[in-house]
Design a protein around this ligand. Sequence first.
Ligand code: ATP
Length: 315
Amino acid sequence: MIEAISTVDLTKTYGDLRAVDNLNLSIGRGEIFGFLGLNGAGKTTTIRMLLGMITPTSGYCYLNGERINKSNMDIWNDVGYIVETPYSYPELTVRENLEIVRRLRGIEDRDCVDWIIDKLKLGEYESRRVEHLSLGNAQRLGIAKAIIHRPKILLLDEPTNGLDPAGIVEVRRLLMDLAENEGVTVLISSHKLDEISKIATNIGIIHEGRLIKEIDGGGLQDQLRKSLVLDGRNKLAMRSILFQAGYDMSAKDGDLRKGSHPLRVHDEGAVNAPEKIATLLVKAGHPPTLLKVEEEDLEMYFLRMIEEYEGIRNE
Ligand code: ATP
């Protein structure tokens, strides 16, 4: 089957910097692909290459199976996008801006402006000049412009920037509706895994231009690591007891001396039977003052993936 979006060994360098480094993406139709990375990871550069705004140093991008090439502008007729702050004419109203986009896109159906105003809940603001819109509503207008022509592919670079929590939920519902009911493929970039995880069917983590991890959105919860958190009067002694008993521990000596970090045991055996740990420590004369099982949250998981990748790279 032809993928909606794909890249093959896509690379962009700026001098010595590999902003995007041999990136291979493969995104099927109707997927919502969460493109996750820290600031400077290479998300915007990738999206710009998919839009033909910048030329790759090497490698290729494909949309609907067609290789991107500036002499074939038709490829983007079926694409809607937001890259950084969307530009609108500040002295014109919301409706006038959308009317301009309708004409530029060559859409004959005039009702599409009403449709999109309704879809993005912009009715209250349709006669307001864009320069007087709040950041969130300007962003909403940007999303309206991106989907007014009912594209089959959406490339969205941090589209919820500036939106309040209600706005974020609305955009999330809109994208899920477009993907599920109209088969639209969405690539959405973000640096927040918790936000992305609520809509993405698949997630790719990009770091220093490389795709370091791909996760099935539905299976994400199973990947979150559980650990047993312990505190006590003498954490160095507790750690040495547990270490001698063969448990996998974290926390450095310095952290323990400072006293601020609790001990963490990652072994499945410890997580499933914390009472064994308690008994061991009590018998050794170091009873714990705290003992609880904790599951890492999504942001911790995201940062751990990056740390593990950096660990492997530095080996
Ligand atoms: P953010 O979340 O901050 O938007 P990002 O993941 O979108 O980050 P990019 O904007 O793609 O990251 O940048 C990737 C790297 O490439 C960064 O180190 C950035 O400084 C660098 N970079 C991007 N554009 C240029 C350019 N025109 N010249 C030199 N370096 C650039």
